[in-house]
Design a protein around this ligand. Structure first.
Ligand SMILES: Cc1ncc(COP(=O)(O)O)c(C=O)c1O
Length: 390
């Protein structure tokens, strides 16, 4: 009889570190920077990697390993490494994969700090980046050069919630012998597993829905074991590793990821549907609304539409200002993926330093609102947004 394959929710809960002598039910926190050895031979063999065990928490720690193991099961990945933040994951992955003289093709709709790496720091290391517009993916192939290393994208994108076809990007990468690196932060592995569609590496800001309660920073890169090995070697030297405490918090959070994300998505679809019919709203974008330009692709690669809704209020900058100043319950914050509903003004916060042309290409308009749906009752969320719209 073939072995029963456990479901996503079960793997998230039942992937655990080994019990200690106390037979605890919930995994304890291993708040230790180092580990001890029986004798000099064990120490030598461990450092020579002849023996697999924890050595020092910059390299690995039981809580961090548990967190990474859970994410690997959820993403269908061979291996992974966890970082202090999402940006540490993005940067360490890039720094490992790229050499001076290399070139990257990236979607222009990427997180503001990632965009900052491409524009401010890549040039000083002689690494070039060419952008493609999220709605002009036919141009992607023409941007590839002999020195291109990988294609990079987020889907859904931040903050425009545009959707990119992962199978399409993967086919281009295979044809040109490139890696496909995907930031899967907005979808979470519960909704979308890019490796299934051909991605080589998947990055997360665990700070968002993986924690889901706005407490800790974290990041993780998972995927092909040989690439992760390189990322591990870079990271154990440079020290961007996740702390055991944050890994312990995040591991517990992953146990409830599926159930939380389902409710986030239900709330998001209800708000998007409400906004679509509202006279003061110019447009609404949500992957599982039929009006989304990439609705069919979203349906193909995502289980539900995600927790983020983007919309534009009437009246440009002034309309946007008056909307934000009238909000009573929802939080005005730049974070996302929290139990609390958050409204953000990307043009003046997360994407304030992005050039106007790139902002326009990413669909970031002056009156655009990014709403990260929380877990409050949907009627209360809609009531607050409705009164702020006037
Ligand atoms: C899509 C995406 N990637 C990466 C990051 C960076 O993550 P962190 O803030 O954990 O460094 C963010 C943060 O908002 C994000 O939205």
């Amino acid at each position: 009889m073939s072995e029963h394959k456990k479901h996503f929710e079960t793997e998230a809960i039942r992937t655990q570190s080994e019990n200690t002598q106390f037979s605890e039910h919930s995994v304890p926190l291993y708040l230790t920077s180092g580990f001890v050895f029986e004798d000099s031979e064990e120490m030598r063999a461990s450092f020579a990697e002849e023996k697999q065990r924890d050595l020092y928490s910059r390299y690995g720690n039981p809580n961090v390993t548990e967190f990474v193991d859970k994410v690997c099961k959820m993403e269908g990945a061979e291996a992974g490494f966890a970082f202090a933040s999402g940006m540490a994951a993005v940067f360490s992955t890039f720094a490992t994969l790229l050499d001076a003289g290399d070139h990257v093709v990236s979607c222009s709709s990427v997180f503001g700090a990632t965009h900052g790496l491409f524009t401010k720091y890549f040039p000083k290391w002689h690494i070039e980046c060419s952008y493609f517009n999220v709605n002009e993916v036919d141009a992607v192939e023409s941007l590839i050069r002999p020195n291109t290393k990988f294609i990079y994208a987020e889907t859904p994108t931040n903050p425009g919630v545009d959707v990119l076809d992962l199978e399409f990007l993967s086919a281009i990468c295979k044809k040109h012998n490139l890696l496909l690196v995907i930031d899967n932060c907005f979808a979470t592995p519960y909704l979308q597993q890019p490796i299934k569609f051909g991605a080589d590496l998947v990055i997360h800001s665990a700070t968002k829905l993986m924690d889901g309660q706005g407490r800790v920073l974290g990041g993780v890169t998972v995927g092909n074991a040989a690439l992760i090995r390189e990322i591990y070697l870079f990271s154990r030297l440079t020290g961007p590793s996740m702390s055991p405490f944050n890994a312990w918090v995040l591991s517990k959070s992953l146990e409830t990821l599926a159930i939380r994300v389902e409710r986030h998505c239900e709330n998001a679809l209800k708000l998007a549907t409400f906004l679509e019919a509202h006279p003061k709203v110019k447009w609404v974008k949500y992957p599982f609304l039929k009006s989304h330009p990439k609705y069919d692709i979203a349906k193909k690669q995502m289980k539900m539409g995600g927790s983020i809704v983007a919309f534009e209020v009437e009246g440009g900058i002034e309309g946007g200002k008056s909307f934000f100043d009238s909000i009573k319950m929802c939080s005005l914050s730049a974070n996302l993926g929290d139990t609390r509903t958050i409204v953000t003004h990307p043009a003046s916060t997360t994407h304030a330093k992005v050039e106007a042309s790139v902002k326009a290409a990413a669909g970031i308009t002056d009156g655009m609102v990014r709403c990260s749906l929380g877990l409050e009752h949907i009627d209360d969320i809609i009531a607050d947004i409705a009164q702020a719209l006037g």
